[in-house]
Each structure stands twice: as structure tokens, then as C-alpha cells.
Write a protein that binds this ligand. Sequence first.
Ligand SMILES: [Zn+2]
Length: 399
Amino acid sequence: MIKIGKPRIEPNGNSLTRLVSDIFVDGEKKTVWAEVDNRYKDYLCDERSDAFVIGILHYAMKNNHDIICEAPMGESLYYQITTYLIDSFSKANPRMYAIRLEADVDEEELPCGSGVGTGISCGIDSLHVLASHTNTKMKKHNITHLTFFNVGSHGEGERATQLFEARKQQAKAFSQEYGFDFVEVNSNIMDMFQQEHFVTHTFTSMFAVFVLQKLYATYYYASSHSFFEFSVRNMSTISPGYGELLVLDMFSTENLRLYSEGGTLSRLEKTQEVSKYAPSYKYLNVCTMTATNCGRCEKCTRTLLALDILGRLDYYNAMFDIDYYKRHKQQYLKTLVAKCITHNDTYLEMYPYLKKQITLFTYISSIPVVFKEWAILHIPSGGFKDFLKKMYQVGKRKV
Ligand SMILES: [Zn+2]
């Protein structure tokens, strides 16, 4: 049983304010907080349990906990979660429990700002939201606020902390240069409720949105999967991105409309739109390894190949080592071949545009990479997998 205490607002030093709730898990107290700059403190929502329910809903279903809330929930949110979301998740996923959610309902509309928000990571998905929702004739849909959440996506350890700070500075600089309000939400929710960010990111990110639900009228969450991949199966182990069409609709209310943005497009199509968005020439950052684009990791590789197909490489001289890419093209194509053989849609989409450039030697030398990809996809995690990965490092591309 999880009991969510009534949220309260507390100052933290001179410039920060927290929304706090004492949450009891089988009697054990876990104090969860989310922290914002004081200029957003009036938008913190302490009237309702909404944010905290959303933040731990996946955890509760996976760990067999009913939830009782001391503060009410918004009527629509309560209705949608209890009528549709819990039922569909539990029926499609035997490992997710059909929890009982108890809360009074508040049918009143909250005071609501007109903010239009989206997260700013400067990756392809994030910049696609901006490219598509800036200076359009649909004024209520143009982005006003760029958000940066610390709810688990930045990993752990010193390297993660450095990456987090570097990305935050980049996000702030982007917001300043292009005239958006910057909203940082820092939280300990992932310390209190340890979950794999990969399988809960939609829930923990929406926690950070609902902490300030009185600020936004619209929020775009950059989709990581296409709508045609929609499924709510295996939600206990795979990315919630597959089920986002349902999840974000069930979390939308009269005050706040959530969109899974970009779900109609493939990665190559998104990259094409981003490559016409001038701020991306200075800010595109897709790398998972270093604060600037390393040019060699998987995300850098697929982005460089896409920009090459689109004829836009030279626009990104400030963000990538384009000369290095051109000199080592066959190494990148080796990754393309291996990813295609292991049925990666992102690379399969690019293959027809590049196949004439792939040499016989590249096909042959991609064999060790194919084995590595296959091992990652098909061998359960553990020692043997790590051993295999190390073995195939020998044949790994050197780009
Ligand atoms: Zn990289």
C-alpha cells in the first residue's frame, strides 16, 4: 500500500521552492520533492495529488501497491487513469498489477497559465518539436517555455553529473538566445522510487510537468516511437514510448493538453525537418557519450548518415567533425550494414540511399559488428553478454 500525503510548498534557500509530499510505502516514509526557481513557485500545484500519482503509478503497478491519496485528484485525470489506463496496462501486462487508486475528486478547474512547453535536450526529437511549433499561425500552439528535468534521464555517477551540467548550460543558452522561458525542475523522485528510466520516462517526465500543471495549457512530449508502433504490451520492461498515444491522452485534462509530438514521422523525416531549422546548426547535440557530439557513438553515427543522405552535412561543421566523417565513411557504413541485418528500422530506412556507396570489403568487415548487435538483442543481460560484447569489441568499428 502506498499513501501519498497532501503536497505542501516549502522554500529551499533564497531562490528555490519545492513541492513536497511524504509518501508512505508499506509504512516506510519517503519524502519526495520537486524544486523550481522562485519565479515559478506560484504555479506549483499543492491542491492535488496529481503529480505524485503520475510519478509513481508505473512503480505501484509493477510492485503490487494500491495507492491512497490524502489530497484530491482532478476529476478527469482520476476518471481516465482508473477507468482506462490501469485496466489496459494490467490486462496487456501480466506483471503489472491492477491497482486500486483511492482519492477524492476535485471537479473545479485549476487556475491555469497559457504556457506552451516542451523539453529541450537539443537532440533530433527535441529540435523537431521546436522546428514545428515556432512562429506558426496557430499562436496557442507556439512554444513559450523550454523545460529541463532532472528526473532520472541523466544517469548516475560523476560522468552523468558532468553531462547533466553541460546539457543544462546548453539548454539555458538556447532558451536565452531564442527568447524562450527556461524552466528547470529538479527532483529526488528517482532516488526515492528507484525505477529504470528507460521504462518509466513518460511517467516521471509527466510528474515534472504536473508539478507545474498550473503553468501550462499545452505540453509537447517528443515521441521516441512512431504512432504505427503503438502498443501497451510489455510496458513493464520496454519503453513507454510505444504506449504514449494512450498514456498522454489519459493524462490530458481540461487545463492541460499533452501531445506525443513527431509520432507521424520517421527519424529520417524528422532529421530532414530539423536540418532546415537554423538554430540546429549551432545547437544540435545527439551524443550519449560526451557533452559535445563525439561523432562516433550510435546516435552520432545515425545522425551523420542521415545528414549525409539529406545533403546537409556541411551545415553542421560547428557541431560535428565532418571531415573525419567523410574520411571514415566506410566505417560508418559498416555500422549501417550491421544495423540493417539486425532489422533496425532507423537504418533500414537509410539503406536504399547509401547502398551504392557500400563496398564488398565493408559488407565482409561488418560481420563481427553483426554478431555484436545480435548478441545485444538476443542474449539476456549478464556476464555472458558482457563477455561477448568484449569479444566483439575487437571487430568493432573504429570510427
Ligand atoms: Zn556521440
